[in-house]
Design a protein around this ligand. Structure first.
Ligand SMILES: NC(=O)C1=CN([C@@H]2O[C@H](COP(=O)(O)OP(=O)(O)OC[C@H]3O[C@@H](n4cnc5c(N)ncnc54)[C@H](O)[C@@H]3O)[C@@H](O)[C@H]2O)C=CC1
Ligand SMILES: O=C(O)C(=O)Cc1ccc(O)cc1
Length: 384
C-alpha cells in the first residue's frame, strides 16, 4: 500500500500524450486540484483534452512540428512528467523528458515495462544520461482502461479503486517512487509495488492472454449468420468484450511482451490439443472425466480472481428483476432495494433482443437474497 501523501507529487504535472489514458489522468488530477499541463503531437488530441478540462495545453521548446493547440511555448518547468504515449515511443519520450527537465520525476504508464526501462538504461550506457538522472525515472502501469482510444473516451473516474503498479527498481530514486505512488493515490487507484519483470510476467497472464483469447473467439463470429448471433447471451458478451480493443495499441503490447506470452500460449495449446483429442472421441473411456476436469480446473482458476477493490473472491447471490425499457425503471428498483435495507454489491443490465423489457441483475450478499426477492415481489416487481 502507498504511504506517500499528495505533497510527494512535485507539481505541475506535465502529461505527454493526451489520448484515452493521458486525458483520463489529467481529468482525475484536476479533480484533486493538481496543476496539469498537457502536450501531444496531435493538435486535435491536445485540443480535445484541453477543452474537456484535463489541463492547460502547452507547446514544447524545440518541438519543431509544434502541436499548434498549445497556449504558446511553456516556460513552466514540470515537477513531474507522465509519459502517456503509445508503448513503442514511451521509452524515447521518457529519455527526452529526463534530458529536458533535469529536476523532474519522469514516469510512464505503458502496458509493458521492461522495454521502456531498457530504453532508459540504454541512454545511460550511451552516455546520454547520467545514472543519477536515470534514477528519476519510474515505470508504472494503471490496470484500468477501455476498449476505445483517444481523449473523447477519457474519464476522470477511470482509475477509481483500480490497481496501479509502481515498478520500484533498486536504481529508482525514493522520491520518484513516492511521486508515482502519490499520483496513483490522487486518481483514486490502489498502489501495487513490483519490479518490471514481475509486472510483465503478471500482465502476460492477466491482461495479454485474455485479450488474445477474446480476439480469437470473436474472430470466429465474422461469417456467423445474423440468426445465430441473435441467440447470443452474456457468455459470449463477457468473453469477447475486449475484442473491441484498438489493434494499433495491441500490436505494440503483444510484440513488447511476446516472449512471456508465448510461454503461456504453449501451455494453452497443449490443453487445447488435449481437449480436441478428447472431443474427437467423446465416448472413449476417460473422455467424460477429462472434460469434467477441464471445466473444474477453470472453476478453480476463476474462483481465485479477487473481487472489487481487491477484496477476496466472494460469491454473491443474484436477484433478477424484469423491468420495462422505459426511463426511471432501474432507479425505481434500486430505490425499492434500498428501502428494503439491502446493499447492492454489483449490478448489470441485460436486454433480450427483440423485447421491450430488460433483466436487471442485482448482486447481493447470499443471506439477503430471499429477503430482497420477497420485498421486491411485494412491491409489484417481477422477480425471475
Ligand atoms: N488503453 C488502455 O486501456 C490502456 C493503455 N495504457 C497505456 O497508456 C498509453 C496510452 O494509451 P492510450 O491512451 O490508450 O492510447 P491513445 O491512442 O488513446 O493515446 C495515445 C496518445 O499519444 C500520442 N502520441 C503519439 N506519439 C507521441 C509522442 N511521441 N509523444 C507524446 N505523445 C504521443 C498520440 O497522438 C495519442 O494522442 C500506452 O502506452 C498504453 O500502453 C495503460 C493502461 C490501459
Ligand atoms: O478493459 C479491460 O478490462 C482492460 O483490461 C483494459 C486494459 C488494457 C490495457 C492495459 O494495459 C490495462 C488495462
Amino acid at each position: 500500500m502507498s504511504t506517500a501523501g499528495p505533497a510527494a507529487l512535485p507539481q505541475p504535472v506535465l502529461v505527454r500524450g493526451t489520448g484515452l489514458l493521458g486525458t483520463s489522468i489529467g481529468l482525475a488530477l484536476r479533480g484533486s486540484g493538481v496543476e496539469v499541463l498537457l502536450h501531444d503531437p496531435s493538435p486535435s488530441a491536445l485540443a480535445v483534452a484541453r477543452d474537456i478540462g484535463a489541463g492547460r495545453a502547452v507547446e514544447l521548446e524545440g518541438d519543431v512540428a509544434g502541436a499548434g493547440a498549445g497556449e504558446g511555448t511553456d516556460v513552466t518547468t514540470p515537477g513531474t512528467v507522465v509519459v502517456a504515449a503509445p508503448p513503442d515511443v514511451a521509452g524515447r519520450v521518457a529519455v527526452d523528458s529526463l534530458l529536458r527537465w533535469p529536476e523532474a520525476v519522469v514516469m510512464d504508464i505503458a502496458s509493458v515495462k521492461a522495454s521502456v526501462q531498457t530504453d532508459v538504461r540504454a541512454a545511460v550506457e550511451k552516455g546520454l544520461l547520467s545514472a543519477e538522472s536515470a534514477s528519476r525515472y519510474v515505470g508504472t502501469h494503471p490496470m484500468a482502461g477501455r476498449e476505445r482510444s483517444g481523449p473523447v473516451a477519457a474519464r476522470g473516474t477511470l482509475f477509481t479503486a483500480a490497481p496501479w503498479v509502481v515498478c520500484a527498481e533498486p536504481d529508482t530514486a525514493a522520491e520518484a517512487v513516492a511521486a508515482a505512488e502519490a499520483l496513483a493515490a490522487l486518481t483514486g487507484a490502489t498502489v501495487h509495488t513490483m519490479d518490471a519483470g514481475e509486472h510483465d510476467a503478471s500482465v502476460a497472464l492477466i491482461s495479454h492472454l485474455p485479450q488474445v483469447a477474446a480476439s480469437l473467439v470473436a474472430s470466429r463470429l465474422q461469417q456467423t449468420p445474423a440468426a445465430s448471433l441473435a441467440l447470443a447471451g452474456n457468455g459470449l458478451r463477457d468473453t469477447t468484450r475486449i475484442a473491441a480493443s484498438d489493434p494499433q495499441l495491441w500490436v505494440q503490447i503483444l510484440a513488447g511482451n511476446a516472449t512471456r506470452l508465448v510461454e503461456i500460449l504453449h501451455g494453452v495449446r497443449a490443453d487445447l490439443d488435449r481437449l480436441i483429442g478428447t472431443l474427437e472421441a467423446p465416448d472413449a473411456p476417460g473422455a467424460r472425466l477429462d472434460i469434467a476436469q477441464l471445466i473444474a480446473e477453470g472453476n478453480a482458476g476463476q474462483a481465485r480472481i479477487p473481487g472489487k477493490h481487491g477484496a477476496p473472491p466472494q460469491a454473491f447471490a443474484v436477484v433478477t428483476v424484469v423491468v420495462d425499457d422505459t426511463p426511471g425503471q432501474i432507479a425505481a428498483v434500486l430505490q425499492a432495494t434500498g428501502d428494503a435495507g439491502v446493499n447492492v454489491e454489483d449490478l448489470r443490465m441485460d436486454h433480450a433482443s427483440g423485447h421491450e423489457v430488460g433483466m436487471l441483475e442485482i448482486s447481493v450478499l447470499p443471506g439477503r437474497r430471499e429477503e430482497l426477492t420477497a420485498a421486491l415481489t411485494e412491491r409489484g416487481w417481477k422477480v425471475v
